[in-house]
Design a protein around this ligand. Structure first.
Ligand code: ZN
Length: 347
């Protein structure tokens, strides 16, 4: 079948690949419909690796997908051919200690789509465990289904934040993950969520959302604005979704006494960043971190289906599969105004 393959750094090709050949008893075969291009896909494309994960063999990209079930294994009871679905891209070893404790996202043996050496899902069909495949309600489109993966990260952050009804929040960074974190914070009970960035176009998208308030760092001082909006108190929850070391350095300043910092963004390089411990101690701040997600897919699907979470404004463009390389070049453009670019396999 045809697949979008990263052959080496900066070299993508649509070619025939023999993958996902057999469907086991607990697995389903899924015809892929929509796939979102993630920052990690772009990073593998441009740099050939992320940290210790280096692309050594040609690898199929893509991990944010929706599709339709075309075949079920003999033991599968929860799905049937024709079901519209989205898929959790990380498959842990269910017997590992982390999995048994419920933290299956932290299983070191997890096999995650498009994380070398594991192939992704930008191909005609995949075979996937039925237990990590989730039905889409009729009112959730394939485009929305492919947004469940990044939304799950936002929900993981909102969960880790321990939001109380009426809390205020700040999200630093207005990319896909930042906006979905802000939406998740509202869904989790926040009353107001500020979101900051220098990208005016991306900030403009948030104006479609009630109670998300953009702060343009080109023209405003973040600390002054947060303090003036909160009577000098600070916000209850500060979510970091940019990975910027400059943003991380100041996070404690925006939080109120007893507040929480939630580190969602991934700093570049060796992953380290500095923050003032004494600044955190002076307010007894709590710090939380997020690595992907666990137990969030069904919740993300329900929130989209309910109409309370609208992911559609984030989808900037949908390219046909034949134009996948153009789609990746658009997603790689640093001056891009687009938040999420998708590829439709069946257009
Ligand atoms: Zn992703």
């Amino acid at each position: 079948m045809k697949a979008l393959v990263l052959e080496q750094t900066k070299s993508l090709a649509i070619k025939e690949m023999n993958v996902y050949e057999t469907c086991g008893p607990d697995e389903v075969r899924i015809k892929i419909m929509n796939v979102g291009i993630c920052g990690s896909d772009v990073h593998y494309y441009l740099h050939g690796g992320i940290g210790d994960y280096i692309v050594k063999e040609p690898m199929i990209l893509g991990h944010e997908a929706s599709g339709v079930v075309v075949e079920t294994g003999s033991e599968v009871r929860n799905l049937k051919a024709g079901d519209r679905v989205c898929m959790e891209p990380g498959i842990p070893d269910g017997g590992s200690r982390t999995s048994r404790m419920g933290m299956y996202n932290l299983d070191p043996a997890v096999r995650f789509w498009a994380t070398p050496p594991i192939h992704g899902c930008l191909c005609e069909t995949v075979v996937h465990p039925a237990s990590y495949t989730y039905k889409l309600p009729v009112n959730v489109s394939y485009e929305e289904g492919a947004m469940v993966e990044p939304l799950a990260i936002g929900l993981q952050g909102a969960d880790k934040a321990g939001i109380s009804p009426g809390d205020t929040a700040l999200v630093t960074g207005c990319g896909t993950i930042g906006i979905l974190t802000a939406i998740s914070a509202l869904a989790g009970g926040c009353s107001r969520v500020f979101i900051s960035d220098i990208n005016t176009d991306k900030l403009a998208i948030t104006e479609k959302y009630r109670n998300i308030e953009p702060i343009n760092l080109n023209s405003e001082d973040l600390y002054d604005r947060i303090m003036s909006e909160t009577d000098g108190w600070g916000v209850d929850k500060v979510f970091e979704a940019s990975g910027s070391t400059a943003a991380i350095k100041d996070l404690h300043r925006y939080a109120c006494p007893g507040g929480t910092l939630i580190l969602v963004g991934i700093p570049a390089g060796d992953g380290s960043a500095s923050i003032s411990i004494t600044g955190m101690q002076a307010k007894e701040l709590r710090a939380e971190t997020v690595f992907r997600y666990a137990h969030k897919y069904d919740r993300a699907v329900r929130l989209i289906a309910s109409g309370d979470v609208d992911v559609k404004p984030l989808i900037a463009a949908v390219y046909p599969f034949e134009k996948s390389i153009e789609a990746f070049d658009a997603a790689s453009d640093p001056s891009s105004k687009a938040v999420k670019i998708q590829i439709a396999m069946d257009s």
